[in-house]
Design a protein around this ligand. Structure first.
Ligand code: GTP
Ligand code: SPV
Ligand code: MN
Length: 580
């Protein structure tokens, strides 16, 4: 078969370059997982956590120089620089490979090369796609087993696929000076070297399911987005599906599985996905979404039985913890898990914690099977996906942006997405808390020219016509003068979802403002919520003077794209200025 020849040749090519001691083809079985874990326990890569309270759970400390995505070392290597665009790092494929080949050369000597066939998406979904990752990290293999459908089922699916996305990964010497995450979308190829961490190393996630997939999606007329997918059950017994794009560490996992504060009114949330959505236009002309992943790679700090009980339930067994702290009972711990810091405690570097700094790394994570989430949607593996009625964009902004607003129409919604901004977080290396443009929460993940991406969004709206989902914007993070969050967030965000749902059905009250439709204070259900009237007004406030200050940054950002910026976006910016 032609296909299996391509796979075999590529694996051989990688082995010739990386020179591993042996090549191992992963089948994804429990037995294989247990074998890898016992090897990692022996060599210190993993620690076993408390078998009684955290059965089959393990803890891994990554290299302290390797704890987050590295955006400055991430490249989109297209033949033509303009296809990568002004928001991505670019090198030609030849130059990038010339830089990386010497690092891969012999990098797996003394190690095993694992070949991981995997599916992104439910095995029987026509929207799913196959990938193969080659890695020298058993930690990556173990995480990929939770995050994807891995092993034989992928090889089986490949037989009917025209191609697969190939990803070569080596931790090599884990040197930040010799670390690159490179994408060659024209070849459906990923090369990642020098990091063993999360989004840099689990190549199915950001590298394939967002960067390469967004390229494919543009070519093929679908969408690959950094979005959660949730089902909102409403008092009439129906479920409305909503996606939301929020930048890294800005609340997707939490929103996707929240315990609704309005559960006794009949509003309940179920989870389809917490990080990535692949969306396509279905036979009925509506937009459908599948979750390409099979697990959660969630932010640990801040997760506790109050903020996110469903995450806590999901990670209680069969999970891997990365860079969290550890208690005397061999249980994982992180800031925000309990009020009191346990003592004694060992920090994420394995040192006794003396109360200075953070015990868990701010970007410490849990890897948990999605099937363990108590509110996983009965539809989460539906081959067809779920029909989307609303799309939310959001960011982490201390000022200016109200709790929620609705865009005037699809094109205006695309403008809202294109001008998104957020404070940076610990999910990527670099300064934290700096406001930057993060269009569609895709700044670090768009695999092609972001100007063309805006155009693709405009086009999708034209295709969807009156069946297009309504577009909203949310911000849980507005603060008062003292820096305290004005909105309680978490389960109380259900109050915002209720408003969104009512807007879809033409029921809820709103004021028309320069930025869009903003709820009237009495349109947000505050039953049982202890919030001061002035805080609610403040969190919903639209101050045109503050918004005028956003315009120069939006213009400057748009100017980067030159003639790649769709005219629709220039028009929207002009009308926005006019309204202000
Ligand atoms: P990635 O996995 O990096 O893509 O992140 P994410 O968007 O899934 O973010 P996540 O839900 O893990 O939340 C990140 C941090 O924000 C955690 O520390 C949460 O506790 C916190 N957070 C989430 N939702 C809220 C909210 O409604 N209010 C406040 N104040 N904090 C929140
Ligand atoms: C993110 O940073 O958006 C994540 C974590 O979801 S990682 O897989 O490391 O990209
Ligand atoms: Mn993410």
């Amino acid at each position: 078969m032609q296909f299996s020849k391509k796979l075999k040749d590529w694996v051989q090519e990688c082995a010739d370059l990386c020179k591993p001691d042996k090549v191992y083809w992963c089948n994804g079985s429990q037995q294989e997982y247990d074998m890898l874990m016992s090897e990692m326990l022996n060599d210190g890569t993993m620690m076993k956590l408390n078998e009684k309270t955290y059965p089959n759970c393990y803890l891994h400390y990554s290299n302290p120089n390797d704890v987050a995505r590295v955006e400055h070392l991430t490249f989109i290597c297209t033949k033509d620089a303009s296809d990568s665009g002004p928001t991505n790092n670019w090198k030609s494929p030849e130059e990038m490979k010339d830089i990386m080949k010497p690092i891969f050369d012999g990098a797996m000597k003394g190690r095993t090369m694992y070949v991981i066939p995997y599916i992104m998406g439910p095995a029987d979904s026509p929207a799913s796609k196959v990938g193969v990752e080659i890695t020298d990290s058993p930690y990556v293999v173990a995480n990929m087993r939770i995050m994807t459908r891995m092993g034989q089922q992928a090889l089986d699916k490949m037989k009917s696929e025209y191609d697969f996305v190939a990803g070569l990964h080596s931790v090599a010497d884990c040197n930040p000076e010799r670390r690159y995450i490179a994408h060659f979308p024209e070849e459906y190829l990923i090369w990642s070297v020098g990091s063993g961490y999360g989004g840099n190393a689990l190549l199915g996630k950001k590298c394939f399911a967002l960067r390469i997939a967004s390229w494919l999606a543009k070519e093929q007329g679908w969408m690959a987005e950094h979005m959660l997918i949730l089902g909102l059950e409403t008092p009439d017994g129906e479920t409305t599906y909503i996606t939301a794009a929020l930048p890294s560490a800005c609340g997707k996992t939490n929103l996707a599985m929240m315990v609704s504060a309005l559960e006794n009114e009949g509003y309940k949330v179920t989870t389809v996905g917490d990080d990535i959505a692949w969306m396509y236009i279905g036979e009925d002309g509506r937009l459908y979404a599948i979750n390409p992943e099979a697990g959660f790679f969630g932010v640990a700090p801040g997760t506790n039985p109050k903020t996110n009980p469903n995450a806590i339930a999901s990670l209680k067994e069969n999970s891997i913890f990365t860079n969290v702290a550890r208690t005397a009972d061999n249980e994982p711990w992180w800031e925000g898990m309990t009020k009191e810091t346990p003592s004694p405690l060992w920090d994420w570097k394995g040192q006794p914690y003396n109360g200075e700094g953070k015990a868990a790394h701010p970007n410490s994570r849990f890897t948990a099977p999605a099937s363990q989430c108590p509110v996983i949607s009965p539809q989460w593996q539906a081959p067809k996906g779920v029909p989307i009625s609303a799309i939310l964009f959001g960011g982490r902004r201390a000022n200016t942006i109200p709790l929620v607003y609705e865009s005037f129409n699809w094109q205006h919604g695309v403008f809202v997405g294109a001008t998104m901004s957020s404070e940076t977080t610990a999910a990527a290396t670099g300064a934290v808390g700096v406001v930057r443009r993060d269009p569609f929460a895709m700044l670090p993940f768009c695999g092609y020219n972001m100007g063309d991406y805006f155009g693709h969004w405009v086009d999708m709206g034209k295709k969807l016509g009156d069946k297009a989902p309504k577009i909203f914007h949310i911000n849980w993070f507005r603060t008062d003068d003292k820096g305290k969050f004005l909105w309680p967030g978490f389960g109380d965000n259900a109050r915002v979802l209720k408003w969104v749902y009512e807007r879809l059905n033409g029921k809820a009250g709103a004021n028309e403002t320069a930025i869009g439709y903003v709820p009237t204070a009495d349109a947000i259900d505050t039953k049982g919520l202890d919030i001061k009237k002035e805080d609610l007004e403040k969190v919903l406030e639209v101050n045109n003077e503050e918004w005028k200050k956003e315009i120069p940054a939006q213009k400057e950002f748009f100017d980067k794209f030159g003639d790649k910026l769709p005219k629709e976006m220039t028009d929207e910016l002009k009308s926005f200025e006019g309204r202000l």
